[in-house]
Design a protein around this ligand. Structure first.
Ligand code: BGC
Length: 333
């Protein structure tokens, strides 16, 4: 009898231990795991990542972040496949080529994995919405800024990291539309895309300056382009003669703004894009897509504009103060 009682006690104890373990593993498996896919290794994307990690900490979720070395839509597709097969809870992605991710985003949707586009929209995919800059409007702002600097005269070379990504195409279109309408005398040429490779961006700008000495300005469409054009202007000894208006506010941009090589930059809000993407996916998981879209105040066409700031030498300190006030980490400038 005593033996039986002992055996029963041992079994009860083991059951309690196993139940505890099972509970723990259930709890662990339940923590949402979101995946974020960017476009290239660059301080711009590092800032997006900081935003995603801050949201993960605040919301108690896990985030995996990946960027290919440079523009590489095949690498993006295969990473999206890995995210799907590892059954992530949701995906935020920036497509270098929207048509190449269409199939795989459709597959995520079929398997119940919600996807949101960040930084670069891909409206023809099954993404729920888009979080990032209104790129067409931002391109127009860049055009207005450069048109004024040039006094409506001169020749602008557009330097870009991509001819396929929607954000680049929209920024170029907005820019060209303003120029055609308001500054029709300005000549615009588009340089070959550098696929988000900084050294290619610089050598392309250098060759353009050599081959077309009448270039009086660069429009740097991606974060890599502004600093690359500024370096090209410096190495060609054309400082003050060739203007640069571009996008983003990495430490390199700020250094060139301070030294006057970059006239103005359109500062996007990469930290916010990262933070809000994770916040949105988490809300979708909790309450479904419609409620999440409403709660985060997406527009009717399912876009969340994160906004831009035009930064010049004159407004740089004001901009720094604004970032600090919004709790966005500032480092390196
Ligand atoms: C763009 C990104 C791009 C990055 C680096 C940013 O301006 O929004 O799409 O990957 O520049 O080139």
């Amino acid at each position: 009898m005593r033996r039986l009682v002992c055996l029963a006690l041992v079994i009860a104890a083991l059951c309690a231990v196993f139940a505890g373990c099972a509970k723990k593993s259930v709890q662990k498996a339940e923590k949402p795991r979101f995946a974020v896919l960017g476009k290239s290794v660059h301080p711009y994307w590092a800032e997006v990542e900081v935003g995603t990690k801050a949201a993960a900490k605040d919301l108690g979720v896990d985030v995996t972040f990946f960027v290919p070395q440079k523009e590489d839509s095949n690498a993006q597709v295969s990473r999206l496949e890995t995210f799907i097969s590892s059954k992530v809870t949701g995906i935020a992605f920036a497509a270098s080529d929207p048509s190449s991710v269409k199939r795989v985003i459709g597959e995520a949707d079929e398997r119940g994995i919600p996807c949101v586009a960040l930084d670069t929209d891909a409206p023809d995919t099954k993404r729920i919405g888009y979080i990032g800059t209104d790129n067409y409007t931002a391109g127009k702002i860049a055009g207005e800024t450069l048109g004024k600097i040039l006094n409506g005269k001169g020749k602008v070379a557009i330097s870009t990291g991509s001819l396929s990504a929607s954000n680049s195409r929209e920024r170029m279109q907005g820019f060209k539309d303003v120029m055609t309408k308001e500054y029709p005398a300005v000549i615009i040429v588009t340089l070959p895309a550098d696929k988000e490779d900084s050294s290619v961006a610089q050598s392309t700008a250098e060759s353009a300056l050599q081959a077309q000495p009448d270039i009086t300005a660069f429009y740097g469409v991606y974060a890599i382009n502004g600093p690359a054009c500024a370096k090209a202007v410096q190495s060609a000894n054309r400082v003050g003669k060739v203007h640069v208006v571009c996008f983003d506010t990495t430490p390199d941009h700020m250094k060139f703004i301070k030294s006057g090589l970059i006239d103005a930059t359109i500062g996007q809000r990469p930290y916010m894009m990262g933070y809000k993407s994770v916040q949105f996916l988490n809300l979708v998981k909790k309450n479904g897509a419609d409620k999440a879209l409403a709660e985060m105040k997406f527009s009717k066409d399912k876009k969340l504009d994160t906004g831009v700031d035009v930064v010049t030498k004159a407004t740089l300190e004001e901009y720094r103060a604004k970032l600090k006030e919004s709790g966005i980490p500032v480092s390196g400038w």
